[in-house]
Write a protein that binds this ligand. Structure first.
Ligand code: NAD
Ligand code: DAU
Length: 350
């Protein structure tokens, strides 16, 4: 029996990771620690929350007493750390929360792991989930590799870069067994509608304008979230301690091309005349310091660990739109803040 702490497991990517681990590894005890900020939602996990190898703990990674309590109570042997403030736009309006959670929170977890595993690091693992944004912004050519220099440009990416440095410092200084992966843009079910794809789906459903920052020429490399969860599984089990792995979809799109493709999928699925949704495209003021292009070279994880993306983008986009259309209650609830009521009902009124 292995007891694994997954932080941020009620969020977008975290919920897919929790589901995968709980279902696939019945001999693991999965502890999901999540503060349930606006981005965390227990509705993401209703299909697995009564499984015997799953426990949810509401807790803040910036609270060292809470983190220590969890390490003590559950004798944590592995950590998959996803909890973070994750939205670039919010890091521009409220950077303090990013510094607190992403830097200080990661430090607390590292410190707790080091103190609890002192003298017996055998079989222990601290796996930190990071982003390709730490590498900054690419020009027209080139790809981010694991040795690309860090050059973060937003408070979000600077806070993630800082947390990556802390993880490496704990490896070098204290021999904490660590792994890091840096992934490109994820999309798929359960993503909070502040992010581009679910925001567009939500607006298009309600025939509201689609806000495209600047000229829409910025490029992102999109990966289906379950492919990211599969990569995390592979790295957790087979990654070399101390190593970093880049994860990407080899799937670059300008924002405007992606939005046009999404508009066409929405028209088709909603039975609207082709071109209806594209008329809602509205160019708006650019994001401050907007990174131009991200693109990942994922040959290391492909060659060394045998992972590769399983879905073509067209298929992934179609599955994603289907999920949001079939789960419009989920979308409306998270858009209205009703998921806090869900938490109360689930835990406080028992
Ligand atoms: P998300 O915003 O959907 O979820 C974050 C989760 O962390 C939420 O459940 C939230 O409640 C929880 N959380 C926030 N602050 C917390 C705190 N102080 N204590 C405990 N829990 C807290 O984020 P996501 O998009 O699922 O991203 C997860 C991780 O993956 C992040 O570390 C992010 O940097 C990284 N990442 C995301 C992407 C992407 O495209 N979304 C790509 C690469 C890496
Ligand atoms: O690359 C990985 C990163 O991808 C993750 O680390 C972040 O957590 C995740 O949020 C994501 O960051 P981006 O800033 O790339 O994602 P976002 O969905 O916010 O925006 C995608 C692109 O779309 C970006 O170029 C900005 C643009 N955009 C976004 C929004 C929300 C718009 O044009 N209009 C919008 O309304």
């Amino acid at each position: 029996m292995k007891t694994i702490l997954i932080t941020g497991g009620a969020g977008f990517i975290g919920s897919h990771v929790v589901r995968r681990f709980v279902k696939k590894y019945s001999d693991y005890q999965i502890i999901n620690m999540d503060l349930l900020t606006y981005a965390g939602n227990l509705e993401n996990l209703t299909d697995i929350d009564s499984m015997p190898n799953y426990t949810f703990v509401r807790g803040d990674i910036t609270d060292i007493e809470m983190v220590n309590k969890i390490f003590d109570a559950y004798r944590i042997e592995g950590v998959v750390h996803l909890a973070a403030e994750s939205h670039v736009d919010r890091s521009i309006t409220d950077p303090a929360a990013f510094i607190r959670t992403n830097i200080f929170g990661t430090f607390n977890l590292l410190h707790a792991a080091k103190e609890h595993w002192k003298g017996n690091m055998e079989g222990k693992l601290f796996y930190h989930i990071s982003t390709d944004e730490v590498y900054g912004s690419l020009g027209d050519t080139g790809l981010f590799t694991e040795t690309t220099s860090y050059d973060p440009k937003s408070p979000y990416s600077a806070s993630k870069a800082s947390s990556d440095h802390l993880v490496r410092a704990y490896f070098n200084t204290f021999h904490l067994p660590v792994l890091i992966s840096n992934c490109s843009n994820n999309y798929g079910p359960n993503q909070f509608p502040e992010k581009l794809i679910p925001l567009c789906i939500h607006n298009l459903q309600h025939l509201k304008p689609i806000p495209v920052y600047g000229k829409g020429e910025n490029i992102r490399d999109w990966l289906y979230v379950e492919d990211h969860a599969a990569a995390i599984d592979v790295i957790f089990h087979r990654g070399m301690i101390g190593e970093t792995y880049n994860i990407g979809g080899n799937n670059e799109w300008t924002n405007i091309a992606l939005i046009r493709a999404l508009c066409d999928v929405m028209d088709q699925k909603l039975g609207r005349a082709q071109g209806t949704s594209q008329q809602l495209i509205a160019f708006v003021k650019d994001r401050a310091g907007h990174d131009m292009r991200y693109a990942i070279d994922s040959s290391k994880i492909q060659e060394e660990l045998g992972w590769k993306p399983s879905l073509q983008f067209e298929e992934g986009l179609s599955k994603t739109v289907d999920w949001y259309l079939e789960n419009s209650d989920w979308l409306e609830n998270v858009s209205s803040g009703a998921y806090e009521k869900y938490y109360d009902k689930q835990y406080n009124q028992r």
